[in-house]
Write a protein of this length. Structure first.
Length: 436
């Protein structure tokens, strides 16, 4: 985790003390149920909860010192708790194995992290929706292969992004359900030394579902799906970020990131206003996607358990969620304050002499009885003259002067094909599909 790209609420979930508090809750809830089942004295859970009710600080340094000797983090934690609670603490962890604690804790952390990410997505969707409605009918050029194609609206660009992030939210909700499972099944997952009722109770108390069958670990296909979902969201972040970066290029300059008073763009060139936020988002998206691959590789563990996944998850659990949280918040800020230049959009559309209306002329010629091949040839030979003049010539003027074209279409019919509003007649339909 890089502090520069971290926000406090998400980072706090992954602090050692937060992790140890979840460990304690899992152990105490399990002891509580074991007491109800008569496996351990009910006084054991009471002793644990009584100590917990004092809201004690978790001495991470002391636990680390014990682990330096034991070389086992869960044993170090249990030892430290026993030192605080006293004799009754010996009934903790009855019939459990370390993975019961570690895997269930990771599920809790990822579920809570996902709740933050879902709230982030809600904020982003709200910002995109507001700006999409604002620019629903702001004309701009659509591009394919980076080349002028046909007119769209800037609102349409944004509502497409809204639909994409709405899908991201649905995927993330499914990923949360996939990852939020509890396993308290003991060594190799057979429940030989612990009743399944304990797992059910802990799952309920921790807000998780019961893992239907675990080996000694929760199956890692769940985690692979989860981190892959984060990677897809990162891809969507980058797609929108790259769009903004392209629109901010000097030759385009149809939109740009907000440039605050006192901000500097370059240490050498005082005129620079660079798309630093969206470039940063591109870099963060690359990192989040990178975490998906080791999660996929974690699926294939040896037999009922090995720990080749463990070190990986100590990296990717915090890093992927913290980075995505930051990236979503940053993108929301970019969209919220994005500077949009409708006049430049119109100027860019106009600079190529009406070439953006070529398809309408092509279709009109075919409807007037000209073969598609001939119609394409007639329009293209005039369009290429405009292209080669860099917009100095006008396509409509050339078409009106072409006898092969005017033999099929009148000047009035040709002029009608250059109506910009024609392209926007179904914008409301698209918005209704997305926004309802």
């Amino acid at each position: 985790m890089v502090p520069r790209y971290a926000r406090p609420e998400m980072s706090a979930l992954w602090e050692p003390e937060a992790k140890y508090r979840i460990w304690f809750e899992i152990e105490a809830h399990a002891t509580q149920k074991l007491g109800e089942l008569g496996v351990v004295p009910q006084s054991a859970a009471k002793a644990l909860w009584d100590w917990w009710s004092t809201n004690p600080a978790i001495d991470v340094t002391a636990i680390d010192a014990i682990e330096a000797v034991t070389k086992h983090d869960v044993i170090a934690f249990l030892t430290w708790v026993a030192e605080q609670v006293g004799d009754e603490a010996r009934f903790m962890h009855q019939g459990m194995t370390s993975s019961d604690v570690l895997d269930t804790t990771l599920a809790v952390q990822l579920a809570r992290a996902t709740d933050i990410l879902l709230a982030d997505l809600d904020d982003l969707l709200a910002a995109i929706k507001r700006r999409a409605e604002e620019h629903k009918f702001t004309p701009t050029i659509g591009r394919s292969h980076g080349i002028h194609a046909e007119p769209v609206t800037f609102g349409l660009k944004l509502v497409q992004a809204y639909a994409e992030f709405d899908r991201c939210k649905a995927r993330l909700e499914a990923a949360r359900a996939e990852i939020a499972t509890c396993a308290i099944s003991g060594a190799v997952g057979t429940f030989a030394n612990i009743d399944p009722a304990v797992e059910e109770y802990v799952a309920e108390q921790m807000g998780l579902a019961v893992e239907p069958v675990s080996t000694q670990v929760i199956p890692r296909d769940r985690h692979a799906m989860y981190f892959s979902t984060l990677a897809v969201i990162a891809g969507s972040i980058e797609r929108l970020a790259v769009e903004i970066r392209h629109l901010q290029r000097t030759e385009v300059l149809e939109a740009e990131e907000y440039f605050s008073p006192g901000q500097k763009g370059s240490s050498a060139m005082p005129h620079k206003r660079n798309p630093i936020l969206t470039e940063n988002l591109t870099g963060q998206a690359r990192m989040i996607r990178a975490y998906a691959m080791p999660a996929l590789e974690n699926v294939a563990l040896w037999h009922e358990r090995d720990i080749s996944h463990s070190s990986v998850e100590r990296f990717i659990g915090p890093d992927a969620t913290i980075t995505l949280d930051f990236a979503l918040a940053r993108l929301t800020g970019v969209i919220d304050k994005l500077l949009v230049y409708p006049e430049r959009m119109q100027a860019n559309m106009d600079r190529m002499g009406g070439l953006i209306h070529s398809q309408r002329v092509l279709l009109a010629l075919t409807q007037a009885g000209v073969s598609r091949e001939d119609a394409y040839r007639l329009v293209q030979r005039n369009a290429m003259k405009v292209w080669e003049s860099d917009g100095a010539l006008m396509l409509l003027d050339l078409l009106k002067q072409d006898p092969d074209v005017t033999a099929a279409l009148s000047e009035t019919e040709l002029e009608e094909k250059f109506d910009l509003d024609y392209h926007f007649k179904h914008i409301e339909t698209i918005f209704a599909r997305v926004l309802g």
